[in-house]
Each structure stands twice: as C-alpha cells, then as structure tokens.
Design a protein around this ligand. Structure first.
Ligand code: NCD
Ligand code: ZN
Length: 344
C-alpha cells in the first residue's frame, strides 16, 4: 500500500500552552488534526468556566486564518472545584472533560487533588451528566518507584474511584504499562485509554542507555520494552478502548536541558508520519483510522470529522530537528527510524 486516506484525526490529549509558545505550536497541530482535547495545566491552571472561555478565545485568535481546527476545552480539577460552575460549562458545550492531576504528579500540577474524598461530589455530578474525567494516572508517593507509579495508581486510586462512582466515564491518559492497557480493556463502556506517539516508539533504554537523553523524558516515564509492546498491541488491535492522545508537550530546549529538566515530548508535527510507520510495521495500517480518528469521537460522544487526510508513502520524509518559538527552540521528537509516510 502506498496511499492511505482516513477520516481526519483528532488529538485527545494536547498541551497548547499560551502566548508565544502557543502561537508557535498551534499550527503544528492544526495542520493535520481536526480537534484536540486541550490540557488545562497552564500557570495558573484553567479552573473555572471563565478561565476556559478566555483560554478558548486566545486559542481561536492564535489559530491560522484558514484553519478549521477546534479546541475542546477541559477544566483542571481542584479540591475546590464548584459543581455549579462545572455543570454550567458542560451544559453550554464549553468543556468536554475534567482533568484530574494527582497533586505534584507532573508539570504544573501543584493545584491538583491530594484528598480524593474531597472531589467525590464533583465526580458524582460528572457521572450524572456524562462528562468524562481525564486522569493522569500516577501516584506521587516518594516511596513508590517512578516506574511503578502507574500500576500502583490503578490499584490504590483509580479502581476505588470507579467502584465509588461506577457511572463515571474515565479516560486513562497516556498509559505506559501493560497493567494500564489490561485494566482499560477490562473496564467496559465507561473506561477508555489514550496512548501517545512516543510511548509506541521508545522504552526506558532510549532515555537512559548510552547517556541521558532529556528529549525522551516525559511523564509518565517510558517503561520496559514489554510494556511498549503491550501498548503497541493495544493501539493496533482495533479495540475501541484505545485512541490517540499525543500528549505533545512543548518545552524550550533551555528548560529541557537543565540539571532538573522539564518532562514532555513534542510530537505534534510528525505524529501522523510516525504512526503510519509504526502501524505499517505491525501490518495494521487498516487500524490506524480507528485509533487516530474514530474511537476518540465515539468515546467523547462526538461525530468523527467529516473530511479526510491522505498519507502517501515514498522516499523518507524529513522534519526539522526543532521549531523556533519566541520563547526559544523546541526540539521535535526523534523516532530514530526513517519515516516514509507524509500527509499530502
Ligand atoms: C506534560 C507537560 O509538560 O505539561 N508533560 C509530560 O511529560 N507529559 C504534563 C503531563 O501530561 O504529564
Ligand atoms: Zn499531558
């Protein structure tokens, strides 16, 4: 096969940032993707309906002129989130999900949830109105090994939440483990999982063997190869539980290449080329549309995009090593294998 036309994909987990950084990275997503679930971890975070409406306006004005890209807004769940505000924002279609960050789990998550009993009422209201909860699934306890934090979160936090509020619709975001993939698959219609581009490509050796590679450091951190293989199996299985959330998370090189560097891989630009290559290697090009374009809208109860994109296979396609922003350069994720598929 040398040409593949699929329904235009969406990105169900994206960091667009704000200001100059947003101006630089937004066109990279808008080029291929119809919609994206916009992460609310700005400084300060997007907590209220008013915050989300204002952030949405800033995105719409930074969007390239002829682009039909639609941002799907989320609110950042805190222990003080107001049910009334959240319900009003959902009713008018302003927000499509609420994001749960365990306090301290990742970039800009200090205002996240520490005591889960404090958000029980919010979660019950979300279950009533069918508003999904996007979950960053890692415990933050210092005594839990960073490579175990996702698996421990499922047992200690996620499963209890789902038992307490069984009707709550949950997206396990950027799963990185076999445990995550298995739990998502076993969870019935109210549970789904997103998988990033980079977690289909790298394991922890890419970060740590032969010198430390800060550009491969993201959260949740990539795990052993057996886990990457489980994610690959899940993404290419055709199972509607799994869909694409790139977690494209731009940080300037200056902020990545520090003694304490930021977590995040920037994949917005080359994701579709990488996915086509990865799915082709698995003999699963016929499953790419489901993963990137159909399973996500189905879970979010939206129509798939009406238009299509075409991927064409040919000589290796190259992407710039980094993009320039007014805040500094952002290095693009390097899959370390040639890419033959380009979006035409
Ligand atoms: C994200 C970021 O930089 O905002 N970083 C990351 O490594 N994925 C936060 C997140 O999604 O965990
Ligand atoms: Zn993220």
């Amino acid at each position: 096969m040398t040409s593949l036309t699929i329904t235009r994909p969406d990105d169900w987990h994206l960091h667009l940032r704000d200001g100059d950084m947003m101006k630089a990275v937004l066109p990279e997503t808008a080029r291929h993707f119809g919609r994206a679930i916009i992460m609310p971890n700005l400084i300060p975070p997007v907590i209220t309906a008013k915050d989300a409406a204002e952030y949405r306006d800033r995105i719409m004005s930074a969007k390239p002129d002829n682009s039909k890209f639609q941002p799907l807004m989320t609110l950042y769940l805190t222990e003080d989130t107001e049910v009334k505000d959240l319900r009003a924002a959902a009713e008018i279609g302003l927000i499509h999900a609420i994001k749960l960050y365990p306090a301290g789990a990742t970039t800009n998550s200090a205002s996240g949830v520490a005591d889960f009993s404090k958000v029980q009422r919010v979660l019950e209201n979300m279950a009533q109105i069918g508003l999904p909860l996007c979950v960053h699934g890692e415990v933050t306890d210092a005594d839990v090994d960073i490579f175990d934090r996702e698996a421990v979160f499922i047992d200690r936090v996620l499963d209890p939440i789902r038992r307490a509020v069984p009707e709550l619709r949950v997206i396990m975001e950027h799963i990185t483990t076999k445990q995550g993939a298995d739990y998502a698959r076993s969870g019935g219609d109210n549970l789904a999982a997103t998988i990033t581009t980079h977690h289909l490509v790298i394991n922890r050796n890419h970060i740590l063997a032969g010198g430390i590679k800060p550009h491969y450091y993201c959260l949740p951190v990539a795990k052993r190869e057996e886990h990457r293989l489980a994610l690959l199996e899940a993404a290419t299985s055709g199972d509607k539980t799994y869909f694409l959330g790139t977690d494209s998370a731009p940080h300037t090189d200056e902020n990545k290449l520090l003694p304490c560097g930021c977590a995040g891989c920037f994949t917005a630009t080359n994701t579709m080329s990488i996915l086509a290559e990865v799915f082709e290697k698995e003999n699963a090009l016929d499953k790419l549309e489901g993963f990137a374009s159909l399973h996500g809208p189905a879970f979010y109860r939206l129509e798939p995009n009406k238009d299509t994109i075409t991927l064409t296979k040919g000589d290796p396609v190259t992407y710039p090593d980094r993009i320039e922003t007014a805040q500094g350069d952002v290095t693009m994720f390097d899959p370390q294998f040639p890419l033959h598929w380009r979006v035409t």
